[in-house]
Design a binder for this molecule. Structure first.
Ligand code: PAF
Length: 283
């Protein structure tokens, strides 16, 4: 079957409903496009675990704050269409902003307990935009399973919470972070990096791995671990600056002072025009 491209939300919902009524296991991969290997792996996972693969491609304006990169966010629709077709995607849903947000649109989905910390501190309103659009995409596509990358761990935790709280009939699958050979987490925003910045960027993942190793060797004090990580970034990434580094409970995102069982070390680094996030589980 060749890939269908649908731009009208109502048509997409009709098709998705039909598939679900036929008993098909449908898998949704929500994206903002400009596909890289990370997106393609999510599509491959969906291809292997679902009968029908639905991919949404929508640069959602409501999750960008004033002064953020909405207008410059990288886009390449023609290339994305080709890549999605090569991955065996069945339906590519690529709506316009006007179709997703009709005049008078006023509903907002909030998950306050998971939105205020980490990235939420410097991006007020971001997670409300994410939760609202993901709720819409889930209701439009009614998938059996939806796949999200673990790089955006906070986003994934919040979507899991929202799905549970609203009894949405979908299984949420978190896919492990896909990395470049040198360890940099794949992201569409890596395209913003100059060659010098790109050369230093792997220091983020290296710092995470070293910090996790120190935890595994017995350092359980989160302050000491975070101090190590911030000194590492200062030394190894002079072109960048650390926006935050925190060790939190992996599901509730509450900050931890001592590592008992496991904690998530989550970080955001500013490097030139890019804001890069990454994380690692410390045990
Ligand atoms: O992770 C993303 O690409 C976006 O935040 C998402 C989930 C597609 C919602 O716009």
């Amino acid at each position: 079957m060749s890939m269908q491209i649908i731009t009208d939300p109502n048509r997409f919902q009709e098709q998705a409903l039909k598939l679900r009524c036929q008993g098909k296991v449908t898998g949704l991969v929500p994206t903002m496009g400009y596909f890289h290997e990370g997106h393609l792996r999510l599509m491959r996972w969906a291809r292997e675990n679902a009968d029908t693969v639905l991919v949404s491609l929508f640069v959602n304006p409501t999750q960008f704050g004033p002064g953020e990169d909405l207008t410059s966010y990288p886009r390449d629709m023609e290339r994305d269409k080709e890549l999605a077709a090569l991955e065996g995607v069945d339906i590519l849903f690529a709506p316009s902003s006007e179709a997703m947000y009709e005049p008078g649109f006023s509903t907002r989905v909030q998950v306050p307990a998971l939105s205020r910390t980490l990235c939420g501190e410097s991006r007020p309103g971001h997670f409300e935009g994410v939760a609202t659009v993901v709720a819409k995409l889930l209701v439009l596509s009614l998938p059996v399973v939806a796949v999200f990358g673990e790089k955006d761990w906070q986003q994934l935790a919040l979507i899991r919470r929202m799905v549970r709280d609203l009894n949405l009939p979908v299984a949420v699958h978190g896919h492990p972070i896909v990395r470049e050979e040198d360890g940099l987490a794949m992201s569409s925003r890596n395209a913003y990096l100059t060659p010098d910045q790109r050369a230093q960027a792997p220091a983020i993942h290296q710092g995470l791995v070293r910090t996790r190793d120190i935890a595994e060797q017995g350092e359980r004090d989160c302050r000491a671990l975070l101090d190590f990580f911030s000194s590492w970034i200062k030394e190894q990434l002079p072109l960048g600056s650390l926006e935050y580094a925190a060790i939190v409970h992996p599901q509730t995102l509450e900050p931890l002072t001592e590592l008992e069982d496991e904690g998530l070390l989550a970080v955001a680094v500013r490097l030139g025009r890019a804001r890069l996030i990454d994380n690692i589980v410390c045990r």
